[in-house]
Design a protein around this ligand. Structure first.
Ligand SMILES: Cc1ncc(COP(=O)(O)O)c(C=O)c1O
Length: 378
């Protein structure tokens, strides 16, 4: 079925039969998927048009990232965050997750890394992948909001700890860290002579109008030389299957060490992937504001069902819901029996919680919320 361009966000698009990871997971069972982080919205027409134009050429060979991609990305960073980065600071990657792992591979096996949790589950494999020790440090819940516990991080720090990994905005807790929090983290990084890897993939998805995304290397420039910041347009524009990411690394030595790990570890960026991302980085239309309006409305409706079980969300379309009071033995089975496919918090390093992806058209959300209401009342 051909999808018309400029598809309204509230149009339900049948995704079954498209090999969608999200929609094929539960086969023929009557389970609505609210798990993996992709949205049930059509990608914007300017992205689809750029892809169609590229497909007019019949060969999709190995591809170089053109200067126009880098320039589009630089312009996008200035437009959204007022951050001017030099061309040479940018390293193109076939995804954010490879970038996280490459960063850890720059370390030696006698060093360790620190990761605040709960966190997007591929973070939890970084240490083992890079053969370095991994110290997990819990985020703490303060007045319904998840925060980094810098004092506790200081206590957990080992002599050999060299690198801290964060997601900002945070997945799965939906925090967009404030300037004060980033300053405290930056001080911790500097005082302890550490490096920081910040995964900023959700940077445009600011749900709370009072919150903002601050890339730490720009917000606290004193630590820029200690940072690797990872960006991608793929979440915002719903093209996660066309992954393409950029690492911004101001320090030349760190950048060289990072780039050296690319060899044999990660592949290049596919031609369709960088064409799509370039179209996103050049976007100045109202597509993202419209998306945020839809996501805010969905979030408010979810709030009415999940209530105080859900922690305060400032960013992302992923709600974090505490279901410990339900006393469930098998969280997955419980929600699946109510026709809901959600992410189990255990995957992110914290049991007794679920992550609920609310980026879908109203009709899908209506059905999901009816099922959620029932599942939380039993
Ligand atoms: C925090 C975070 N980082 C990275 C990714 C995935 O990035 P990529 O597909 O570019 O590897 C996701 C996807 O959900 C995410 O939430």
């Amino acid at each position: 079925m051909a999808i018309p361009l400029a598809t309204p966000l509230n149009q339900v698009i049948q995704r079954k039969g498209t090999q969608s990871t999200k929609w094929e997971k539960y086969g023929d069972r009557d389970i609505l998927p609210f798990w993996i982080a992709d949205m049930d919205f059509a990608s914007p027409d300017f992205v689809l048009q750029a892809l169609q134009q590229r497909l007019e050429h019949p060969i999709l060979g190995y591809s170089q990232q053109p200067d126009s991609l880098t320039q589009a990305f630089q312009g996008w960073l200035v437009h959204h965050f007022g951050w001017q980065v030099r061309e040479e600071w940018i390293v193109w990657l076939p995804g954010v997750v490879p970038g996280l792992n490459m960063a850890a591979h720059t370390l030696t096996s006698d060093q360790s890394i620190m990761i605040p949790t709960p966190v997007y589950y591929p973070f939890l494999a970084i240490g083992e992948n890079a053969h370095v020790e991994q110290i997990l440090t819990p985020l703490r819940l303060v007045n319904g909001r998840w925060e980094m516990d810098i004092d506790h991080m200081g206590q957990q720090l080992a002599k050999n700890t060299k690198m801290v990994f964060i997601a900002n905005p945070q997945n799965p807790t939906g925090r967009a860290y404030s300037l004060k929090e980033l300053q405290a983290l930056a001080e911790f990084i500097q005082t302890n002579d550490l490096l920081l890897v910040s995964d900023d993939i959700h940077c445009n998805l600011i749900i709370d109008p009072l919150a903002q995304h601050l890339p730490i290397a720009h917000a606290v420039p004193e630590i820029a030389k200690r940072t690797i910041t990872l960006f991608a347009a793929t979440k915002t524009y719903n093209i996660p299957g066309l992954s393409c990411a950029a690492a911004v690394i101001p320090d030349a030595q760190l950048r060289a060490r990072f780039q050296a790990k690319e060899q044999g570890l990660v592949s290049g960026v596919g031609p369709l992937n960088h064409i799509a991302s370039e179209a996103c980085f050049n976007d100045r239309s109202d597509w993202v504001p419209n998306l945020l309006t839809q996501l805010r409305s969905n979030y408010e409706r979810l709030q009415t069902v999940a209530g105080p079980r859900m922690s305060t969300l400032e960013a992302t379309y992923l709600a974090w819901i505490d279901v410990r009071d339900l006393g469930l033995n098998d969280i997955d089975a419980h929600f699946e029996n109510h026709g809901l496919g959600v992410s189990n918090g255990k995957q992110f390093g914290l049991e007794g919680h679920i992550r609920f992806n609310f980026a879908c058209p109203e009709a899908t959300l209506n059905e999901g919320l009816a099922r959620l209401r029932e599942s939380l009342s039993t």
